[in-house]
Design a binder for this molecule. Structure first.
Ligand code: SF4
Ligand code: SF4
Length: 485
C-alpha cells in the first residue's frame, strides 16, 4: 500500500484566523492631520454639548433641545416634536443619512471613515493616549516586545485607566440624550438614577473601551459592513488616496538616486507613509479595504518630499481616471469638477428632495389626531325604547404643548346623538366638547344612539380643535343595526 505523501508547510491550508499585527503608528503633523483634529474636536463638542442645550417648550413639555423620551414615546429636536405615529420623519432622516453617505462616498471617497466615524475618532484618541504614556512608534514597539514586569504593568494599568475614563466620558454620555441631562447627571452621581442608566453606561463604556482601545482597525477591516458597501460604490471618478507609482517607482534611497541619476523614482523607500498609518497598511501596494482615507500618509510623504527637495503629492487624493491622465502626462481634472458630476448631482437631488419633502410635511402637519375603535362584541345593543346603540372608543390626540378644547361631532347617521360614560343619556347631542391635556392622548368612550328604523351604514366622527380651523381630523366608522346582521 502506498504511503500518503508527507504534507509540506507550503501545502498547509491557510488558517481562517489571522493573528492581529499590532499597529504602532508614528505621530505626524500636517494639513490633513490638522483637519482631523478640527473635525474630532467639533464632533466631540457637538456630541457632549447637545444634550445640555435648553429649549423652552412651555410648562407642559421638557426643556431639553434634543431628547429621545422613551418613557413618553416622543422625540424632541429643538422646535420639532415627533410622535410615534410620525416615525416616518425619523425614517426619512435615516434615509437622508444613508443617501448622504452615498453622496460623500461618490464625491470624496471614504471621507466619513477617515474623519468622522466614531470608531476612527475613538481609535485616534486612544492612539494619542498610547503616545502620551508609551512614547512614539519605536518606544511603543520596544515596550510591546519587553517582558512583563512591574514597570510595564504600571504603565499599562495607567493607560487603560485613561482609556476607561475616555470611554466613560464619551460612550457613557449617550444616556443624556434619553432623559433630562442635568437631572440625570445629579441622580447618576448621587446613586439615585434608574438601574438601566448605570447598565447602559457600563455597556457603552465597555464597548468603547474594547472597540476603540483594543480592536481598533480590526473593526474597520473585519466587522464594519460600510467599507464593503463603499468599495462597491467607488468608481473611476471617486477621490481616493493614491500612491503615484508612475512617479515613485522604482524606489531607491536618496543616496542611490544621487549615484544613479535618472534611474529611480521619487519614492525614497523611507516607509514613513506606512509608519504613520493608523491601520498599518502600505498604500504603495494599491487601494485596500484597510485604507480609511485619513490622508496621514499624504502628510508624511509631503514632508519627506519637502525635505528631499521633490514636488509634493507623491501620495495624494486622486481618482483612478486622473491617475491614468497623469501617467500620460496630462493635467488632472479639477477637484470641484469631480465633485459636481451627474452621479453626485443625482444623489444630491434625491437627498435634497427627501429633505424638502420632510420640511414640507413638518410645515403642514397638524397637531390634532383622531382614531376610533368600534366595539365588536356586541356590535349593537337594542335599548328599551327600541333605539339602537353602538359603542366606540375615541382617541383624541393633542400634539401641542398646551391644553386644548376639542369638539367632537357626528356627521351623517340622521337622528343620531351621542354621550360619554361621564354624561347622562338625557344630555346626548350631536356635538360634545372635551378638554384634552397638553401633549397627551385622551381616550373617550362614546355611545351613539340612533332611531329604531336606522339601517346599518357608515358615518363620520369629526374632531376640531377650538380656535383653529386647520386643526381637525375625522374618522369614518360603521354603525351596526339588527337589519344589517
Ligand atoms: S513616505 Fe513617500 S517617499 Fe517615503 S516610502 Fe512612502 S511613498 Fe515613498
Ligand atoms: S494608507 Fe494612508 S490614507 Fe489609508 S489609512 Fe493609511 S494613512 Fe490613512
Amino acid at each position: 500500500m502506498n504511503k500518503p505523501a508527507a504534507i509540506k508547510p507550503e501545502d498547509e491550508p491557510l488558517g481562517l484566523y489571522a493573528k492581529r499585527e499590532p499597529v504602532f503608528n508614528r505621530r505626524i503633523d500636517g494639513k490633513f492631520r490638522r483637519v482631523k483634529w478640527a473635525i474630532m474636536v467639533m464632533c466631540l463638542a457637538i456630541y457632549w454639548i447637545t444634550p445640555w442645550i435648553r429649549w423652552d417648550r412651555g410648562p407642559y413639555a421638557p426643556d431639553q433641545a434634543v431628547l429621545i423620551d422613551l418613557a413618553h414615546r416622543r422625540f424632541y429636536m429643538f422646535s420639532i416634536e415627533i410622535w410615534p405615529q410620525e416615525f416616518y420623519f425619523v425614517a426619512g432622516l435615516l434615509i437622508m443619512a444613508g443617501i448622504g453617505l452615498f453622496l460623500v462616498t461618490s464625491a470624496v471617497g471614504r471621507a466619513w471613515c477617515g474623519y468622522a466615524c466614531p470608531q476612527t475618532v475613538w481609535t485616534d484618541l486612544f492612539q494619542h493616549v498610547d503616545r502620551f504614556f508609551d512614547g512614539d512608534r519605536n518606544a511603543r514597539f520596544r515596550l510591546y516586545k519587553a517582558p512583563w514586569g512591574p514597570a510595564k504593568i504600571a504603565r499599562r494599568l495607567a493607560k487603560w485607566a485613561v482609556y476607561l475614563a475616555i470611554s466613560f466620558a464619551t460612550g457613557g454620555a449617550w444616556i443624556f440624550y434619553f432623559a433630562d441631562a442635568p437631572t440625570l447627571h445629579h441622580e447618576f452621581w448621587t446613586g439615585t438614577a434608574a438601574p438601566v442608566a448605570y447598565g447602559t453606561v457600563f455597556v457603552l463604556t465597555m464597548t468603547t473601551f474594547v472597540l476603540g482601545g483594543f480592536m481598533r482597525e480590526q473593526v474597520c477591516i473585519y466587522m464594519c459592513p460600510w467599507p464593503r458597501i463603499q468599495t462597491a460604490m467607488l468608481d473611476e471618478k471617486s477621490l481616493i488616496v493614491t500612491y503615484k507609482d508612475w512617479r515613485g517607482e522604482p524606489r531607491g534611497s536618496v543616496k542611490k538616486a544621487e549615484k544613479n541619476p535618472g534611474q529611480f523614482g521619487d519614492c525614497i523607500d523611507c516607509n514613513q507613509c506606512v509608519a504613520v498609518c493608523p491601520t498599518g497598511i502600505d498604500i504603495r501596494q494599491g487601494t485596500q479595504i484597510g485604507c480609511i482615507t485619513c490622508a496621514l500618509c499624504i502628510d508624511a510623504c509631503d514632508r519627506v518630499m519637502k525635505e528631499t527637495g521633490r514636488p509634493r503629492g507623491l501620495i495624494d487624493y486622486a481618482t483612478l481616471e486622473d491617475a491614468e491622465r497623469e501617467k500620460a502626462g496630462q493635467e488632472p481634472t479639477r477637484h470641484l469638477k469631480l465633485i459636481w458630476r451627474p452621479r453626485t448631482i443625482l444623489y444630491f437631488c434625491v437627498w435634497a428632495g427627501i429633505g424638502l419633502a420632510l420640511l414640507f410635511l413638518l410645515g403642514t402637519r397638524i397637531h390634532t389626531d383622531l382614531t376610533v375603535a368600534k366595539d365588536r362584541n356586541p356590535p349593537y345593543i337594542l335599548m328599551s325604547d327600541g333605539s339602537i346603540r353602538n359603542a366606540y372608543t375615541l382617541r383624541l390626540r393633542n400634539m401641542e404643548g398646551r391644553p386644548r378644547q376639542m369638539e367632537i361631532t357626528i356627521e351623517g347617521l340622521p337622528g343620531a346623538a351621542m354621550w360619554t360614560e361621564d354624561m347622562a343619556r338625557e344630555d346626548a347631542a350631536r356635538a360634545l366638547t372635551r378638554a384634552v391635556p397638553a401633549d397627551e392622548t385622551q381616550s373617550v368612550r362614546v355611545y351613539v344612539v340612533a332611531p329604531s328604523d336606522t339601517a346599518s351604514q357608515d358615518f363620520t366622527f369629526k374632531l376640531q380643535a377650538a380656535g383653529n380651523a386647520r386643526e381637525k381630523d375625522e374618522s369614518e366608522v360603521q354603525f351596526d343595526t339588527p337589519e344589517g346582521q
